[in-house]
Design a protein around this ligand. Structure first.
Ligand SMILES: Cc1cc2nc3c(=O)[nH]c(=O)nc-3n(C[C@H](O)[C@H](O)[C@H](O)COP(=O)(O)O)c2cc1C
Length: 435
């Protein structure tokens, strides 16, 4: 049975369980409902139980995952996971053989997030069911120094046939395809889901991520746990980091001596995180807006999870028609999300992929979405625009009573006369191999 079946997923996409309250039940549930793997970030045990219950209620037939950020995991967290019957645990930044065995004995699938060969081998030796190969492009906490696609083959080798998901810089369907073409069983995305309405990220935080094109690696936010992060600049990094992202002496010394704080209960450390401010060199992992885009996000925007996960697909168009080629180019130029792929209907094997008889293939354009649904004609065009703009609006307009009729009639007329309209060099003439 493959990973998608085992985890009851429609799409090979997991949402990272981001800490600091960012990945709460609203986000994990929205991802689960949309067919991906929703993951709750680590929270105090009682909160975690309630969050798991909420995801179960919202998405009863889907899997629920919890991120176990090891430096902060206590027995009570694992008890909450086991008793609430989670499906998947993502063990990160440390591992513990007996904890993983305990989870496995209760039927929990255990993935371990790794960034180096050594961590990968250790995870397998501890009994991991699968690995998450995290690349150094990843936002938030980073486990290694190697880019994701370079590290993936090494992780696959160590995994010895167990599933491997790729994390780091995954934002659009192209990234997922590239990861899977390189052998991954799926992907994990964090920053992309941070930029959704369902994430509990402050709008100003989201705005800053969207408006920056530079990230860097730092250990500044290392109070209690001096692990590196990939972040966007803020007042604290400007005050306490050198140009290259390395941390100045004062926070480095404080971080080095603060490991013991990670073992204290949440109530004891909470006041510390509350007094954080850019002028003090004491900044923990939940420092406000420590943000972490791993790539350029400026062309993207905050969208709903269902838009991120469901509205990706391939637009099939008539590659022998100049007007269709012009319309296709216009759509591609305005694809703000990167969620649209295109192919000519004349490509090899297209009829089989769409489940359409060969003699009816050129009847109309078609949209094949990531869940396998096929739309044709005006609806396909609206679906492609919804994906390109990251909003369901074009599809919703199409579904307004009466609108469907008008759009279908217009589409039919244009499609029937398409070779008479002025266009440009038809796609198949300039891309003969694709047709
Ligand atoms: C804001 C933020 C918080 C994160 N918090 C955690 C965490 O608590 N535990 C964890 O294992 N990984 C955490 N990560 C890392 C993710 O698990 C994942 O590896 C990363 O987001 C993938 O890279 P991407 O952001 O480019 O998609 C966090 C990432 C972000 C962006």
């Amino acid at each position: 049975m493959d990973l998608l079946d085992r985890l009851r997923l429609d799409v090979p996409v997991a949402q990272a369980g981001m800490g600091g309250g960012l990945a709460g039940p609203e986000l994990a549930a929205a991802v689960a409902v949309a067919g991906g793997l929703g993951t709750l970030g680590l929270a105090p045990p009682a909160e975690l139980r309630e969050a798991i219950r909420q995801v179960h209620d919202a998405a009863p037939d889907r899997s629920v995952a919890v991120n176990l950020l090891m430096p902060f995991v206590r027995r009570s967290h694992v008890e909450a996971c086991v008793e609430s019957r989670i499906d998947v645990a993502v063990v990160a930044f440390g591992m513990n053989r007996s904890l993983m065995r305990w989870l496995a004995e209760h039927g929990v699938i255990v993935f371990v997030m790794v960034g180096t060969d050594k961590q990968a081998s250790r995870a397998i030796a501890c009994g991991a069911d699968g690995l998450i190969a995290q690349g150094c492009e990843a936002g938030g906490h980073i486990a290694g120094d190697t880019p994701a696609l370079a590290f993936l083959p090494r992780a696959l080798k160590v995994a010895g046939g167990r599933p491997v998901l790729l994390a780091g810089g995954v934002a659009a369907v192209d990234d997922t395809r590239a990861a899977m073409a390189a052998g991954a069983d799926g992907v994990v995305a964090g920053t992309r889901f941070l930029l959704t309405h369902e994430a509990r990220a402050h709008p100003e935080y989201q705005r800053r991520i969207l408006s920056t094109d530079k990230t860097f690696r730092t250990t500044l936010f290392g109070l209690a746990w001096p692990a590196p992060h990939r972040v966007v600049a803020n007042a604290a990094t400007r005050r306490w980091c050198h140009e290259d992202g390395t941390t100045k002496l004062a926070p480095r010394l404080i971080n080095a001596g603060s490991g013991v704080l990670a073992r204290l209960p949440d109530w004891a450390t909470a006041p510390l995180t509350r007094i954080q401010m850019p002028s003090l060199p004491m900044l923990s992992r939940v420092a406000s807006r420590s943000g972490c885009p791993s790539r350029r996000w400026t062309t993207r925007r905050c969208t709903r999870v269902s838009t991120v996960l469901c509205m990706t697909g391939v637009l099939f168009f008539d590659g022998a028609c100049g007007m269709c080629t012009r319309a296709h180019d216009f759509l591609v130029r305005h694809d703000r999300t990167g969620n649209v792929e295109t192919e000519p209907l004349q490509g090899a094997g297209v009829a089989e992929r769409l489940g359409v008889p060969h003699d009816r293939l050129l009847e109309s354009m078609r949209w094949l979405d990531s869940s396998g649904a096929v739309y044709s004609g005006a609806e396909a065009w609206n679906a492609a625009w919804s994906a390109a703009l990251g909003t369901r609006l074009p599809l919703l307009i199409y579904r307004i009573p009466g609108m469907r009729f008008v759009q279908n009639a217009t589409y039919r007329w244009v499609a029937d006369h398409r070779y008479r309209f002025p266009g440009k060099t038809p796609y198949c003439e300039s891309h003969p191999i694709a047709c």
